[in-house]
Design a protein around this ligand. Structure first.
Ligand SMILES: Nc1ncnc2c1ncn2[C@@H]1O[C@H](COP(=O)(O)OP(=O)(O)OP(=O)(O)O)[C@@H](O)[C@H]1O
Length: 209
């Protein structure tokens, strides 16, 4: 999870450039290297979904072109307590290259805008989830793994970023959600008996958790 002030280099660190790939493409490369190395023992099915949280709303970044209907995305918790997003477009991927291409395509749907602090400032929190279903060729047992990478939008002082109108709304949403996330991390790290997850979820307008 990349967290920090606007313009500090989060997106660059996560995505990188053509000549200097960031954490995401490097992680995808490594993941599929490991899949390949275990090829004789396991068969692996990999898939991914990608979304952004923009102005407190979840948006599917893998949605088919022309489809702007995002109302169906819903955060759900299964019986085992693991959280997933219902309604997100899930892409099956079989190589790091395929996953990286899907990721880059998803990025073109992300909300960005020029501010006084960053010519290409992320206006949303970006989340990509890579899911692996690993079946043992010997026993048939199945293991499930999940890698989640997050490029948060940066905290910003509106007086410095020069945000007005829509950008001001974005900045308020970004700052509010980062503050809620900070409260969760702080409660977890101090092993507090109460962790305010629900505050974050309330701000997402999801009441079903
Ligand atoms: N290590 C680096 N090498 C070269 N350029 C960098 C590096 N880190 C950041 N930059 C450049 O600095 C600028 C700001 O970086 P970036 O967009 O990653 O910031 P950010 O923290 O994601 O900002 P925001 O929160 O506004 O989205 C970009 O033009 C980016 O290309």
């Amino acid at each position: 999870m990349a967290y920090g002030q606007t313009g500090s280099g989060k997106t660059y660190t996560m995505i990188g450039s053509e000549n200097n790939p960031g954490i995401a493409p490097r992680a995808f490369q490594r993941l599929f290297q490991l899949v390949e190395a275990g090829h004789s023992r396991h068969s692996v099915l990999a898939s991914a979904y990608m979304m952004e949280l923009y102005n407190d709303k979840l948006i599917d970044l893998f949605r088919p072109p022309g489809n702007t209907d995002n109302e169906k995305l819903d955060i759900k918790k299964d019986k085992k307590g693991s959280v997933h997003v219902q309604g997100a477009t899930v892409c099956s991927v079989s190589s790091a290259g395929e996953l990286t291409r899907a990721f880059k395509q998803g990025l073109t749907n992300r909300h960005t805008a020029a501010t006084k602090m960053n010519v290409e400032s992320s206006r949303s929190h970006l989340i990509i989830v890579v899911c692996l279903n690993i079946t043992s060729k010997q026993t048939g047992s199945v293991l499930k793994g999940k890698l989640t990478l997050v490029d948060l939008a940066g905290s910003e002082r509106v007086s410095k970023s020069g945000a007005t109108a829509d950008q001001l709304r974005e900045a308020n949403s970004i700052n509010k959600s980062l503050s809620a996330l900070g409260d969760v991390v702080s409660a977890l790290s101090s092993e507090s008996s109460f962790v305010p997850y629900r505050y974050v979820l309330t701000s997402l307008h999801h009441s079903d958790l």
